[in-house]
Design a protein around this ligand. Sequence first.
Ligand SMILES: Cc1cc2nc3c(=O)[nH]c(=O)nc-3n(C[C@H](O)[C@H](O)[C@H](O)COP(=O)(O)OP(=O)(O)OC[C@H]3O[C@@H](n4cnc5c(N)ncnc54)[C@H](O)[C@@H]3O)c2cc1C
Length: 509
Amino acid sequence: MIANPIEPPVSAVPNNMLTGAAYLESLNDGREVWYKGERVKNVTEHPAFRNSARSMAQLYDALHNPELEDKLTTVDKFGIRTHRFFAPAYSADDLLKARDAIDIWQRINYGWMGRSPDYKAAFMAQLAEGYGFYDPYGDNALAWYKRYATKGLFLNHVLIDPPANRAKPRTENRAMCVSVDKSTDAGIYVSGAKMVATGSVLTHATFVGLNSGASANMEANRDEDFALVFIADMNASGLRVMSRPSYEFRANSPFDAPLGSRYDENDAVIVFDNCFIPWENVLIYRDVDKVKRFHAQSGFFNRYNLQAATRLYVKLEFCTGLMVKGTQASGTNQYRGVQATIGELISMRNMLHGMTTAMASDVEPSLGDSVVPKLQLAAATRVYGTNVWSRVRHIFETTLAGAPSFTISSVEDMHVPELDHVIDTYYQGTNLEGRDRIKLFNLIWDSLYSEFAGRHGLYERNYAATPDQQRLDTLRWATNRGDVDDYTAFVDEAMADYDVEGWVNDVWK
Ligand SMILES: Cc1cc2nc3c(=O)[nH]c(=O)nc-3n(C[C@H](O)[C@H](O)[C@H](O)COP(=O)(O)OP(=O)(O)OC[C@H]3O[C@@H](n4cnc5c(N)ncnc54)[C@H](O)[C@@H]3O)c2cc1C
């Protein structure tokens, strides 16, 4: 382990990362995004995406805010000034500062935009130390790191094949799974689809790979055409983005959908149709062995869980605030059982915060000189995060009970004078005017019950693989690292204290 060789003051080094305005401008690049039967001209002006793009732009502006710059940025070993999580960490202190930088970013959007650019930084930062793994494409990996860190680029990732014919090998699913059509001196041409690419409409490029389960099933001398890891610019020729319905597009007003109208991360299917990928964007090409080793070696898993748990405790702070205000409004906050559930929410927030501190402090060596959170802690945090969100939803449903559904049809009802009396009288809360109660509960609705909220529930449960896969990974890694042997040996020790004749251990004789 070495200390980050270039220490602050970071302000002495130019900050070349995108500003909010430059970020928005960069998305108007001719990318092929489809929405409601039309090709979108400019995502930053389209009603399905414009507000979410602006929410992301705030993160880029924060990188240039003099009050935040030192907390958010560092200088890497190449002399590049970048976001603290966009550079590898060389010590627990680096990781703690990176956690705090993630925290600052997540707070800007109240914890509701988890797939912000810092998510994929979990992977991209490690290219600075681990580019050699990708040889003969190692130079590409290092060049991508430098470009990425310098500008603070925003990448999405797609790992999952279309959910059909899963029992068959990819060779029998060629029409669907991403594979090489041909290669030339300039690059490769790929076809197939990947899903789902969260936030992709708002990103600069998509990182295309395979999840650990899929790569484990690949076979040498059969699956080479599918053994690929590459990065595609979002405006690459032959790359098509099929958006799901946008909650922002459907939002009637900020008052009716205060979160969905600005924080929709818009998951999309990415279709490659003879899409050209220049060689400089290729990291692994027709190499089954390397694709199989890629997940364990990238450091991504250990690091993305630090980002994910940080944004989840920020989101839980927001939800705890909602619960306190919601129960005050209903006048139920004096009840012992209600107070106990608020205490449980706070304990879950504190547990997640503690886990991020533990992950940042309890590190293990990774690529080159870098360190990452210990694998066992990252795996435990991933499983805990899934459980936490299910529990949060349950607590809201039982503690606020039906209160979130007592509202009006839309903000328009508030502009009708003859309804003033109805709203003022029957919609009031405890020490809260009708209009303020409706405003609060619309926010609660959008956090826990709306279509936007339902998607968040699905996300928390599945974004990091299915819940059973998360648990199976935890068991596999504990087995590989000897933890399971230690646990069984522990039990053996207890059983060696006695036998059919009685105590063996002198303590109890
Ligand atoms: C909102 C949201 C956002 C997402 N964003 C992204 C993203 O940005 N990038 C990305 O790459 N992915 C993303 N995902 C996809 C996510 O990674 C996958 O949904 C997840 O990995 C599960 O894969 P799957 O949906 O194909 O489920 P499947 O693998 O089809 O699993 C479905 C069920 O079948 C069971 N099953 C599967 N295989 C087996 C087997 N071999 N034996 C026994 N049982 C099995 C599973 O346990 C599960 O119960 C996102 C998902 C959601 C919901």
